[in-house]
Write a protein of this length. Sequence first.
Length: 155
Amino acid sequence: MITKPGALVRAAILAGLAGGAADILTAFVIYRPASPVRILQAVGSGLLGAASFEGGMGSAAVGLIAHFAIAIIFGGIFVAAATQAPVALRKPVLSGLLYGIVVYGVMNSIVVPLSMAAERTTPPDHMTALGLMAHAFFGLALSFTAARMLRKTVI
């Protein structure tokens, strides 16, 4: 099926923003009592290293931009895949949950280890479960947004 590139780009951006918002808001709850600024600085440490924690609001802004840029990239990957497998848009709960788990794996096994963030020890099981939950919310928000935007053009 032919879909206008502009519609696909808009869907990827908005799906990424929706998923990114769900994920970061969940992180703000999970990692309490750490402040949102500290959490965003931790994200920014992927680009800035340990200096991120001394950078105040500037490094938090870097973290916020990096977080949403990555989320939009994952939104683009999902939209591209959904154009080839429209079932992902017809079944957004299933595709979103599965995609969220895949994103969790990619982030924790590839992206974070290749970043400038400090090496992490293996988290306790409950933190792994909470991380999976946050990424499940990411996948759901992303897939429902993409499905809503592309339902009439791709499915």
